[in-house]
Design a protein around this ligand. Structure first.
Ligand SMILES: *[C@@H]1O[C@H](CO)[C@@H](O)[C@H](O)[C@H]1NC(C)=O
Ligand SMILES: *[C@@H]1O[C@H](CO)[C@@H](O)[C@H](O)[C@H]1NC(C)=O
Ligand SMILES: *[C@@H]1O[C@H](CO)[C@@H](O)[C@H](O)[C@H]1NC(C)=O
Ligand SMILES: *[C@@H]1O[C@H](CO)[C@@H](O)[C@H](O)[C@H]1NC(C)=O
Ligand SMILES: *[C@@H]1O[C@H](CO)[C@@H](O)[C@H](O)[C@H]1NC(C)=O
Ligand SMILES: *[C@@H]1O[C@H](CO)[C@@H](O)[C@H](O)[C@H]1NC(C)=O
Ligand SMILES: *[C@@H]1O[C@H](CO)[C@@H](O)[C@H](O)[C@H]1NC(C)=O
Ligand SMILES: *[C@@H]1O[C@H](CO)[C@@H](O)[C@H](O)[C@H]1NC(C)=O
Length: 899
């Protein structure tokens, strides 16, 4: 289609796949009528033809109730029954799904005075280990829904109703719809329909479409944006001949659209988020529904918060165009403006928009092996405790009798199982063995019988085992006895009348023991409470010390021969180990089970780690960002060869299935932006000289990438958060070459890998669709302005203002003092500042050929630094006139914004 794509949007045109509307079967639908009697299934006939089934197979608790009958004529059948949960804090549905697939999950709530109390409740719903939403029923006769687009990480989802003390939770229906895998992709988090706007069928005054109009059973409604729009409609949009794309908006929704009422003003869609940190993804659908005369054209560009988002769109009559966010957008206000291009004779048009808010579910679900094991234990022993939902999380809902570890972003693991006094009978069940991280097992005071199984010794982390007060018999396995003697296991077996505790065991046991110490006298730890506590304290202390030692020197212990650490001079001391590939278990040790988080980005989370006492930053790439990427290893190997004092060095990486990570030298003083914005420290800010030194270092790093590397590396994401500072505040460029490893879009058919960050991206890119070394120079210019001004790159005032626009307006006024960070209070050489501003200005030239090459930038910045040093050296002396040379022409070149 010859369209360029901006960094923020994906684009799907119908030409890509001329699929006819999918056969409208219900494959990929799970439709559950909550509260319907067990075994019931039916087809909802008034509107949808959807097949619903009873919820009885998905939940054990709750009671089935009916809404008042007057409402039955108003609502579809799946809302006539509810399941309510008068008992238990958290009651959960468990529904099997395909792990890794994209689902639309919708929960529906119609109170309908089912309990005759006429009191509208309020409660929470959880999705697995995370709180999903608060359900507030404002009106008994109105239907409420919570909807989310989510990629489950287990092969089931758990939807829990949680009593928060404001009434009894209930639920009417649960619907899951499988969406195409590559649609609604986010950098992180799941998408919830944004309350005020949801999915908008623009230009329609009826709305209310779902299946079968929509193959994915999305709900489409009318929305009130309070704008002056003229609806456009065409009743004869032929659903079966539309060229659809992966999003498949329904033909009936596309048959209405809006244009601005006044054709000479742009069409604007805007909203004010409840919280300015809310992040949004939008999906816009376009179809030309009028027949254009030959002398008519409709073409428009879309801006997002004032920045070009998608240029030159001309919807066509046959194929559906969908334009969508690749990255989240946030702000005090979110505003999309659709502006006619100069050649257009018709105003912009849009058929539908979907607006979603990001919910970032931070808590991982408990490790599935543990969940399966504890579920098996629950069923084997018929445990009657309120064990529902995720065993370990949220931590407030930890199952009674369990304790867990929560290793950073990883899945929680069960470490304690306390089933003391729980009426257990039968044998000690082998499913316990699958709780592989178990440290503390308490089965005391039950009616367990038969032998103490030998397999308990296979639980490698087990430190405390309490089997007191049961009916166990036989002798204690020697493996357990050994551990107990070594002191690695606190074993309590007292008050089992038939258990042989003291070596006078039967013949069979003696044979078993043959070949071992002839006289291994078993002295299990006696079950005196005081004694046990003291022992425990000692034990924990020992283990703690051991663990500390281990985590401090993980690699040495394992594979010393292959590691050689070289420390060069102090500034450049980084690790150079031959062993640059780490296994996931190494990474666990290095990061001490992902103990400390340094930061978070679109690609995943960065953790603090130690390799032989040397701190490192471990960047765990989120599976979605590297999913299926084959060349990861080859690219990383290449990057590992890049070494320069102004580049953060890559120490190693891991690449085990979905567990991909990059290990960098640790930069103690964070990123440049934190310092400039004062986020890092309110009192300490950089002097002009320090700023110039940082700028020179960053430029040197960039120059090395371009000139010192073969083939040259285009960074593609130069920005102040990618300039890191070490303990001596020396600046290093980071994340170079990452965009090749982690395709930042990865969602569409367009071959160019689009990278970059709003505000830093070369406007020329919109024309050439190509990022070059000069694009990095542009971004560097933006960073330089940040260094000079300490202003945000995009200021959120009434309209968002780019830092370069702001600076150029001040240059036009000749007000250089106002450009510089006021905290410097004039403590700088103004010629030095002028020079830096000139360099930045030149870098920001809209014409990339006029931007300086990096080696020139380095030279110029060094000159600027020399001027400042001259001033501080001769402090008190007037600046020398000789350096007052203006080398670049400011007036003609300064308009870095694409027009
Ligand atoms: C979507 O992804 C999941 C997990 O990778 C896979 O099992 C499923 O088959 C995929 N679905 C489609 C339609 O490709
Ligand atoms: C509840 O909604 C119905 C239907 O919209 C309306 O008639 C009624 O007044 C509402 N009740 C309350 C208490 O707001
Ligand atoms: C349409 O908008 C233009 C520009 O804002 C304005 O000058 C003109 O008066 C408007 N026309 C009408 C009919 O409101
Ligand atoms: C509606 O669309 C159809 C198919 O594109 C076209 O043939 C018809 O002329 C359109 N009607 C109007 C009123 O624009
Ligand atoms: C397009 O052509 C029609 C006649 O074919 C004419 O009436 C109309 O004014 C033209 N419109 C424009 C914008 O040139
Ligand atoms: C507008 O039309 C002129 C003449 O047909 C053409 O040269 C120019 O490229 C067009 N501009 C755009 C943005 O399409
Ligand atoms: C669970 O473990 C944590 C940390 O090991 C500990 O602080 C806490 O007291 C334990 N809770 C219970 C109920 O044992
Ligand atoms: C332990 O887990 C494995 C794999 O999930 C399973 O095959 C096995 O049956 C489980 N063992 C027990 C004793 O439950």
């Amino acid at each position: 289609m010859g369209m360029s794509r901006s960094f923020l949007v994906g684009f799907i045109g119908g030409l890509v796949l001329a699929v006819l509307i999918q056969a409208q079967d219900q494959s990929g639908f799970i439709s559950i009528d909550c509260g319907a009697p067990a075994g019931v299934s039916y087809t909802e006939l008034t509107r949808t033809g959807i097949n619903y089934i009873s919820d009885a197979n998905f939940i054990d608790t709750g009671v089935s109730r009916k809404i008042v009958s007057e409402l039955k004529s108003v609502y579809q059948q799946q809302l006539w029954d509810v399941r309510s949960f008068p008992e238990g804090k958290r009651n959960c549905y468990k529904i099997s799904i395909t792990r890794g697939s994209t689902y639309l999950i919708r929960t529906s709530f119609l109170y309908g005075n089912y309990d005759g109390l006429n009191t509208e409740p309020q409660f929470d719903i959880h999705l697995g280990a995370n709180r999903w939403a608060t359900v507030i029923i404002y009106n008994a006769t109105i239907y409420y829904a919570k909807e989310i687009i989510h990629v489950p990480s287990q092969d089931y989802v758990q939807i829990c109703l949680v009593n928060t003390g404001h009434g009894i939770p209930f639920i009417s229906a649960i619907e899951l719809r499988t969406l195409k895998n590559d649609t609604y992709v986010t950098q992180f988090g799941s998408l919830e329909t944004y309350n005020d706007y949801e999915r908008c069928d623009l230009g329609s005054n009826t709305g209310g479409y779902r299946y079968k109009d929509d193959v994915y059973d999305r709900f489409w409604n009318t929305c009130d944006f309070d704008e002056d729009w003229t609806p456009v409609l065409n009743a004869s949009i032929p659903a079966d001949s539309l060229e659809q794309n992966d999003y498949e908006p329904p033909a009936i929704v596309l048959s209405t659209a809006v244009t601005p009422a006044n054709v000479s003003v742009p069409l604007v869609i805007k909203w004010v988020p409840q919280d300015p940190t809310d992040q949004f993804y939008v999906y816009m659908h376009f179809l030309e529904i009028q027949v254009l005369a030959t002398n008519q054209t409709r073409q428009f560009s879309i801006t997002e918060n004032g920045k070009t988002w998608f240029p030159n769109l001309s919807p066509t009559n046959q194929s559906v165009d969908t334009i969508y966010s690749l990255r989240a957008v946030s702000g005090e206000q979110i505003k999309y403006s659709f502006e006619m291009t100069e050649n257009s004779t018709l105003p912009p048009i849009i058929s539908a928009i979907e607006i979603y808010r990001v919910i970032d579910f931070q808590q991982s679900d408990t490790f599935q092996g543990d969940v399966d094991a504890i579920t098996a234990i629950k069923s084997v022993y018929g445990v009657t405790r309120d064990w529902q939902g995720d065993p370990c999380a949220p931590i407030d809902y930890l199952w009674d009798g369990l304790n867990c570890t929560y290793p950073g972003n990883d899945s929680p693991r069960i470490t304690t199982l306390n089933l003391s006094s729980s009426g257990l009978s039968g044998k000690i069940d082998p499913s316990i063995l699958n709780l592989t991280m178990l440290e503390n097992l308490d089965l005391s005071n039950n009616s367990l019988k038969d032998e103490v199984p030998d397999f308990l010794s296979q639980l490698q982390h087990l430190k405390i085992l309490n089997l007191e007060k049961n009916n166990l018999s036989g002798s204690i396995p020697s493996t357990l006895v050994e551990k107990s003697k070594e002191g690695s296991l606190a074993l309590s077996v007292g008050q089992n009348p038939y258990l042989c505790e003291s070596g006078q065991c039967n013949q069979k046991e003696k044979e078993k023991e043959k070949g071992k110490d002839e006289k291994s006298i078993v002295t299990p730890v006696v079950a005196s409470v005081g004694g046990a506590v003291i022992l425990l304290v000692v034990l924990v202390a020992i283990l703690w010390t051991l663990k500390r030692r281990k985590s401090k020197a993980p690699m040495v212990e394992k594979d010393q021969s292959q590691i050689s650490l070289q420390y060069t001079d102090q500034d450049d001391s980084f690790l150079q180990s031959k062993k640059q590939i780490y296994s996931y278990s190494d990474v666990l040790k290095i990061t001490n089970n992902f103990n400390a988080i340094l930061g978070k980005g679109g690609f995943g989370t960065v953790y603090l780690g130690y390799i032989d006492d040397t701190p490192v930053a471990v960047k765990m790439l989120s599976p979605s960002s590297v999913h299926g990427y084959q060349q990861f290893q080859a690219e990383v190997k290449l990057l590992m060869r890049v070494h320069h004092k102004c580049l953060t060095s890559l120490v190693g990486y891991c690449n085990e299935g979905n567990d991909k990570c990059l290990i960098y030298e640790y930069m103690a003083n964070g990123n440049l932006q934190e310092h400039l914005t004062g986020k890092r420290s309110k009192t300490k800010f950089f002097t002009w000289e320090e700023r110039l030194r940082i700028a020179v270092d960053a430029a040197l790093g960039l120059e090395y990438l371009q000139n010192g590397c073969k083939p040259p590396i285009i960074h593609r994401d130069v920005k102040s958060t990618n300039i890191l500072l070490n303990e001596h505040f020396q600046a290093k460029l980071s994340d170079f070459g990452l965009s090749k490893i982690i395709p930042t879009d990865g969602v569409t058919h367009v071959s160019t890998v689009v990278a970059g960050t709003p505000g830093y991206l070369d406007p020329e890119y919109f024309i050439t669709n190509r990022l070059t070394e000069k694009s990095d120079v542009y971004s560097f210019g933006v960073v330089l302005l940040e260094i000079i001004t300490s202003q945000p790159v995009i200021a959120r005032k009434e309209e968002s203002i780019h830092i370069s626009e702001w600076v150029s307006s001040l240059i036009a006024k000749g007000d250089i003092e106002a450009i510089v960070d006021p905290r410097l209070e004039g403590d700088f050489d103004s010629n030095s500042v002028w020079k830096a501003v000139e360099i930045a200005t030149a870098c920001l030239s809209p014409n990339m050929n006029k931007r300086p090459i990096t080696s020139v930038i380095v030279i110029e910045l060094k000159e600027s630094l020399a001027m400042e040093l001259a001033r501080t050296k001769y402090s008190g002396v007037e600046t020398r006139d000789s350096v007052k040379t203006v080398t670049m022409n400011l007036n003609t070149e300064f308009s870095p914004q694409a027009r």
